[in-house]
Design a protein around this ligand. Structure first.
Ligand SMILES: C[S@@+](CC[C@H](N)C(=O)[O-])C[C@H]1O[C@@H](n2cnc3c(N)ncnc32)[C@H](O)[C@@H]1O
Length: 429
C-alpha cells in the first residue's frame, strides 16, 4: 500500500464558469452526428487542445466514446496523429465516421438512390409484391412496432448493398440514430426503458423520413468538414481495452484529453444498454452486445474491500460508503481498481512533459460524494511523478447527462446527482 506522503504537489482548484460555454452551439462540424451518453462538449476539448497542446503532435483519448476530442484534433491543429480507444463497437463506428472526410457530392448521389430505393421497397412490401428479411434478436417486437421493423429492415438491406466501406459506415451512423428514435424506448434516456402504454399508442414514427432527415443533416455537416479538416492529422481508432497493454508505443503520446466513465456501468451510465438496440440492428452478435457493460471500467464488482490503491481519499470515501452499504462500496471500488490499471497504461504511452486532461464527475453514492478528481490525481501521483496544474470546476448547462440517474435499474430510485464536472490537468514530469 502506498503511503500518504508519496502524494505530491497540488495545483489550484476553483470554479471557473468560463468553462461552461453556456450559450455555445455544441453540434458544429460533425459533432451532431450521433447522440452518446455523457459526451464531452467540443468547446472544452478545443480549449484544452489550444491551452495544453500547443506543441503536441500526438493526441490520445483513451475513452473516446463518440470521438469529440478526436474530431477536434482534426480541426485547425498541428496534430500528426490522434489515437482513440474504446471497447464499445458503436463508439468506434461513430468516431470513425465523424473523422473520415467524404466529398458531399458522393454522399448526396448515394442518398438520392438510397431513399428512392427504400421508398419503392416500402411500397412493394406493403403491397406484398416483395418480402424483406427481418433480423432476429431477442425482444425485437417488444422494442419496435411491426411497421418500424419492416422499415428498418428495408433501410438496412439497402445500406448493405453500398460497396464503399466509408460511405456505408456514414449511412450506418444515421441508421443507428434512426433505430433509437423509432424504437419504443423512452425518449432521452440512456438506459432501456419502454414507453408507457399511453405513449405507445401515440408512437407511430415515419422511420424512413426520420432516417432521411438525419442523413440530410449529416451530409450538410460533412460538406463543411470536408473543406476544413486537417489533412496532416492521421486518426487511428483502437478497439482495445485501456486497462491492458494497447498497441500504442512507449512514450508516443504528448496530450491526453478524455472523459472516463463516471463510475461502474451498473449504477451510472450503461454504455452497453444505450448501444444495445443499434448494435443488434447493425448485426453484432449477442455475446458482444451484452458483454460491453461487463468489460467497461468497474464491470465486475470486487469480492471484498481490500485493495492496495495509492489514494488516501479513495480509502476514506470507501469507508464512509461501506459504513452505510458495503455492497455499494464494492461497486465503487471495482471502478477505481480498473481505473488504476488504465493509469499504468497511460503512464507507459505518454512522453515526459505530456499534459493529461481528465473531465470527470464526482458522483454521490449513499449520500457520500466521491471526489474522483482528487482520487485520479492521487492514483497518478502515488507511483510516478506528475505535477498537478489546475482543476477547473464547470457547470453542466447542456443536458449531456441526466442530472439525476437511477443507481439501479429501478426507475425512480435516484441517487446520483451531476450538475458539475471537474477538469483535472496534470503534467508528466
Ligand atoms: C464518458 S464516455 C466518453 C464520451 C466521449 N468523451 C464523447 O465525447 O463522446 C466513456 C467511454 O469509455 C468507454 N470505456 C469504458 N471502459 C473502457 C475500457 N476498459 N477501455 C476503453 N474504453 C472504455 C465507454 O465505452 C465509453 O464510450
Amino acid at each position: 500500500m502506498q503511503s500518504t506522503n508519496l502524494i505530491q504537489s497540488k495545483g489550484t482548484k476553483f470554479k471557473d464558469e468560463s468553462w461552461d460555454f453556456r450559450k455555445d452551439f455544441t453540434k458544429y462540424s460533425n459533432h451532431g452526428f450521433h447522440t452518446y451518453p455523457a459526451m464531452m462538449i467540443p468547446q472544452v476539448a478545443r480549449r484544452l487542445i489550444r491551452t495544453y497542446g500547443k506543441n503536441a503532435k500526438v493526441l490520445l483519448d483513451p475513452f473516446m466514446g463518440s470521438g469529440t476530442a478526436l474530431l477536434e484534433a482534426t480541426l485547425h491543429t498541428n496534430f500528426e496523429k490522434a489515437y482513440g480507444i474504446d471497447i464499445n463497437p458503436l463508439a468506434l463506428l461513430i468516431s470513425k465516421v465523424k473523422t473520415t472526410p467524404i466529398d458531399s457530392k458522393i454522399l448526396w448521389k448515394e442518398y438520392h438512390q438510397l431513399i428512392e430505393q427504400c421508398t419503392d421497397d416500402k411500397q412493394a412490401v406493403n403491397f406484398s409484391q416483395k418480402q424483406i428479411e427481418r433480423p432476429s434478436f431477442p425482444n425485437i417486437d417488444f422494442w419496435f412496432k411491426p411497421q418500424v421493423v419492416t422499415d428498418l429492415a428495408i433501410i438496412r438491406k439497402n445500406i448493405s448493398e453500398i460497396k464503399n466501406k466509408d460511405i456505408k459506415n456514414f449511412f450506418l451512423v444515421a441508421f443507428s440514430e434512426t433505430v433509437r428514435d423509432a424504437s419504443n424506448t423512452r425518449n432521452r434516456e440512456y438506459k432501456l426503458y419502454r414507453m408507457s402504454p399511453e405513449m405507445m399508442k401515440k408512437h407511430n414514427p415515419d422511420t424512413i423520413s426520420t432516417f432521411r432527415d438525419k442523413l440530410k443533416e449529416n451530409i450538410t455537416s460533412m460538406h463543411n468538414y470536408y473543406q476544413e479538416y486537417d489533412k496532416n492529422c492521421k486518426v487511428s481508432l483502437l478497439a482495445e481495452d485501456t486497462r491492458k497493454t494497447t498497441s500504442i508505443q512507449d512514450g508516443e503520446v504528448d496530450l491526453i484529453i478524455t472523459s472516463p466513465p463516471y463510475g461502474d456501468s451498473r449504477t451510472t451510465v450503461a454504455y452497453g444498454q444505450f448501444s444495445r438496440l443499434a448494435l443488434q440492428w447493425l448485426g453484432y452478435d449477442q455475446k458482444t452486445v451484452l458483454g460491453i457493460d461487463k468489460v467497461s471500467l468497474g464491470g465486475i464488482p470486487t469480492n471484498d474491500l481490500i485493495h492496495d490503491l495509492g489514494s488516501p481519499t479513495l480509502k476514506d470515501t470507501l469507508q464512509k460508503i461501506a459504513d452505510v452499504d458495503p455492497m455499494r462500496a464494492r461497486d465503487v471500488l471495482s471502478f477505481y481498481v480498473d481505473f488504476d490499471k488504465c493509469v499504468q497504461e497511460l503512464h507507459r504511452v505518454t512522453k515526459e512533459g505530456a499534459f493529461l486532461c481528465f473531465v470527470v464527475g464526482n458522483r454521490t453514492v449513499k449520500g457520500v460524494q466521491i471526489p474522483t478528481d482528487e482520487i485520479i490525481l492521487e492514483l497518478f501521483q502515488a507511483k510516478n511523478h506528475y505535477k498537478h496544474h489546475n482543476t477547473f470546476i464547470r457547470n453542466i448547462p447542456h443536458k449531456r447527462m441526466p442530472k439525476i440517474n437511477s443507481p439501479t435499474n429501478i426507475s425512480g430510485n435516484h441517487g446520483v446527482t451531476m450538475n458539475e464536472e471537474w477538469i483535472v490537468i496534470i503534467e508528466k514530469e
